[in-house]
Design a protein around this ligand. Structure first.
Ligand code: HEC
Length: 132
């Protein structure tokens, strides 16, 4: 159809940008695998590290250090927050997904993550929470 020819002419990079921007259903992009280094870590750095590294209030209170894969998998001083393969029972996801009481929703006192960001986390956990 005309739209596909248009996209083909734009080239895959521009087509991908269109998909991501929401101009088209995002399913083809979301169906792909997500990686820790390429997808998860950049969000953690942007939205969580402010508090979740030594000296930050989140780290000081919970012990959760989000600078590295090892830190994320180690979790808080109370235990792991990621259950590989099971986003629903992972505290990591519950905390950013609005499934916990507002006072402990993450990021603490900051804007909620977008659905897209939460979805990347969820997908990564369900795909095994690998250090990829
Ligand atoms: C503005 C500071 C701040 C930001 C930003 C922040 N946190 Fe936190 N986080 C905290 C504080 C403070 C606690 C301790 C909460 C408590 O125990 O009262 C905490 C605790 C946690 C816990 C442990 C909760 C528990 O008790 O089991 C998780 C998981 C968590 N944060 C995840 C995240 C994630 C993921 C992000 C980024 C999306 C994030 N946080 C961003 C401040 C922050």
């Amino acid at each position: 159809m005309a739209l596909q020819r248009f996209l083909a002419r734009l080239g895959s990079a521009a087509g991908l940008a269109l998909l991501i921007s929401g101009a088209l259903p995002a399913a083809p992009v979301l169906a792909q695998g997500v990686t820790y280094s390429g997808d998860v870590l950049p969000i953690l750095q942007l939205r969580c590290l402010e508090c979740h590294q030594p000296g930050g209030e989140g780290y000081e209170k919970s012990g959760l250090d989000l600078r590295t894969y090892e830190g994320l998998m180690k979790g808080t001083k109370f235990g792991a927050i990621v259950v590989p393969g099971d986003a629903f029972t992972s505290n990591f996801i519950a905390m950013v997904d609005g499934r916990v009481a507002p006072p402990i929703r993450m990021p603490h006192n900051r804007n909620k993550l977008t659905h897209c960001e939460v979805d990347i986390f969820r997908r990564w956990v369900n795909q095994g929470a690998r250090n990829n």
